[in-house]
Ligand binder design. Structure first.
Ligand SMILES: CC(=O)SCCNC(=O)CCNC(=O)[C@H](O)C(C)(C)COP(=O)(O)OP(=O)(O)OC[C@H]1O[C@@H](n2cnc3c(N)ncnc32)[C@H](O)[C@@H]1OP(=O)(O)O
Ligand SMILES: CC(C)C(=O)C(=O)O
Length: 567
């Protein structure tokens, strides 16, 4: 890179528009959408779409709800020409959809374009020619008058050809290509000259499309350019002002939103930002940005994954995993604090309430995405994410302090592996750590005697265990089964906390119990147990905790087989 890039690159000179009004506007309604996936998107592919792929894309665009679709540059190739013919001859264009085709301002191309549209019910003919200084000088070796003449003569020819075919409802669109790099007064002069020939009326409007063929400046500058044209174009009430932003600086979405605030009424772009170089503006992001503000875009992305897979198939280009709204990872949090906030937000979200889940700008379910991938666990994750996955994928709702304890075990795992821990791997670890914990204590069965009649409110318990592989029966009494077990066990345990819930629904549901224990004067630790019987689940949870500590030492070496005075 150069140390002084100014010697090679000049800053774009912004337009002076001190009384600009667009910064105070808000977007409250969607624009007219025009998909150019089959033209600008297609012309930028390594392998342009076959007729079959074009048809699949066309049908998908119709299903999404596009009413204007640029289907081809019919004079460019036989495939493009044949595709337009197929749409018309096989009556594949719904009554409320208008196809659009592009042509350069060259007579032979214009004639072939109009021929391709023979028999169409309604069609937009889109004429373009570049008007900016570099293109005038380098590509056309001409002056302003030369490029204006091209536009005017192209329009005259299209008017003559379309007037001669009254069976089609013709809509004319003119693009001063490279508008974003052109002198603004000259852009207006060319557009006015073109509309002067076409003679649009408020009932039969013409489309003036102002492309950022190459994105040259910050989005506010493009917005100023659009507002200036909006205010100065002749026959404004007979025009639909359209924009066609490219994404060279990565700002196409922002530039389009500001351009709409500045007076544009229509947007041309592609799904997922397909198109020349860095692409056309991404219509999915634009539409869903509106949706996230409570404005229905008039396009349906309820099954975003299906639309993405059609786009990937037709373009042979993958959608980035972090692509707004559509990428595989955009509704996924790995980091602990985000997971924690999402988990809390999800828990409080009312089904019909206003969406307020931190870090998730919209509800993934609205786009047909599931909540499964919302939280994924790696070394950046904390207890919130771990707990969310265990609860949502496996039904275990761990108490808060136990979440912290288990997250430490997960952290050791992720620090060791360096990668992601799947929901299944996490559950396997949970089982190993708590439910199937190998250790000296094993639950075999129990009998509970309730003695409310004697007024003490005590229960007596007899628990059959295997200890160090040998059968052992212990008995004890207390105010509840856990207190009774604590009294019965030959190790000094204190049960500090207890939680239980059903796993699943119905009478056959199992119970999950979690206990926090202290063995002798040791540190606290959790145990977990699952059983159809709630008391058995609690007893298993105590033994699980015991197995996780060194609390077995107290009975080691004893050869006891029964510690029940009654047995
Ligand atoms: C910004 C955009 O996306 S604009 C759309 C661009 N899309 C495409 O180009 C895809 C389809 N195009 C094609 O398939 C081909 O370019 C064709 C079939 C239309 C024409 O092919 P060719 O006749 O071989 O011309 P080629 O593309 O090489 O060159 C362009 C010529 O057209 C001229 N030209 C370019 N744009 C225009 C225009 N809008 N109006 C009039 N002339 C134009 C160029 O100055 C050049 O003229 P020259 O040969 O006298 O120097
Ligand atoms: C034909 C025009 C609208 C175009 O594609 C562009 O300028 O990018």
């Amino acid at each position: 890179m150069l140390t002084s890039p100014a010697a090679k690159y000049h800053a774009f000179t912004p337009l002076a528009l001190p009384d600009r009004r667009w910064p105070d506007r808000q977007l409250t309604a969607p624009p007219i959408w025009m998909s150019t996936d089959l033209r600008d998107g297609n012309q930028a592919l390594i392998e342009p779409m076959s007729v079959q792929k074009k048809r699949l894309m066309f049908e998908t665009l119709v299903r999404i709800g596009f009413k204007e679709i640029e289907v081809a540059f019919p004079s460019a190739s036989q495939t493009d020409y044949d595709f337009v013919r197929m749409l018309i001859e096989e009556a594949l264009i719904p009554a409320d959809v208008t196809i659009e085709v592009l042509t350069a301002a060259r007579p032979e191309l214009i004639e072939r374009t109009i021929a391709a549209l023979e028999g169409a019910r309604r069609a937009i003919v889109h004429l373009y020619n570049p008007i900016a200084p570099a293109w005038r000088r380098l590509v056309f070796d001409t002056d302003r008058a030369g490029v204006k003449r091209l536009a005017v003569e192209g329009t005259r020819l299209i008017k003559a050809l379309t007037d001669a075919r009254p069976g089609t409802e013709w809509v004319f669109q003119y693009s001063p290509e490279t508008f974003s790099a052109a002198e603004i007064e000259f852009a207006r002069e060319v557009c006015d000259a073109v509309s002067g020939i076409w003679q649009p009326t408020p009932q039969r409007k013409m489309i003036v499309n102002l492309p950022a063929t190459v994105e040259m400046s910050t989005p506010n500058t493009y917005a100023d350019q659009i507002e200036w044209m909006h205010r100065h174009l002749a026959r404004r009430d007979s025009l639909i002002l359209s924009v066609h932003p490219h994404n060279d600086r990565g700002c196409a979405v922002a530039a389009t939103e500001l351009a709409l605030m500045a007076g544009a009424e229509r947007v041309e772009g592609c799904l997922f930002g397909s198109g020349e170089r860095t692409g056309n503006v991404d219509l999915v992001t634009l539409a869903l940005n509106l949706y996230s503000q409570g404005v229905h875009p008039g396009l349906d992305f309820s099954d975003i994954d299906a639309i993405r897979s059609v786009a990937e198939h037709c373009t042979q280009l993958p959608v980035h995993p972090r692509h707004p709204y559509a990428g595989d990872l955009v509704f996924t949090a790995f980091s602990g604090s985000h997971q924690d906030a999402i988990k809390k937000g999800m828990a409080r979200q009312q089904p019909d309430g206003c969406w307020e889940v931190p870090y998730l700008p919209i509800d993934p379910a609205d786009l047909g995405r599931s909540y499964d991938a919302v939280i994924r666990v790696n070394s950046q994750s904390g207890k919130g994410g771990v707990a969310y996955l265990l609860e949502h994928e496996h039904g275990f709702a761990l108490p808060r302090r136990m979440q912290i304890e288990f997250a430490r075990a997960i952290q050791q795992l992720t620090d060791g592996s360096g990668g992601e821990v799947t929901g299944q791997a996490l559950f396997d670890l949970f089982r190993r750590e708590y439910l199937d914990r190998a250790g000296p204590w094993q639950y075999l069965g129990h009998r509970l005697h309730e003695t409310h009649a004697d007024g003490t409110g005590q229960v007596q318990i007899e628990v059959e265990l295997r200890h160090q592989g040998r059968p052992l029966t212990v008995c004890g009494a207390g105010h509840g089964p856990l207190a009774a077990l604590a009294a019965a066990l030959p190790v000094p345990i204190t049960v500090l906390d207890y939680h239980e819930h059903a796993l699943g629904q119905g009478v056959a549901a199992q119970a999950a119990c979690y206990v926090e224990l202290r063995v002798a004067d040791g540190p606290t630790c959790f145990g977990a147990g699952v059983d159809e019987h709630i008391v058995a689940a609690a007893l298993k949870a105590v033994l699980s905790g015991l197995n996780r500590t060194a609390g077995d030492t107290a009975v080691q070496g004893q050869e006891q087989e029964a510690l029940c005075s009654s047995s």
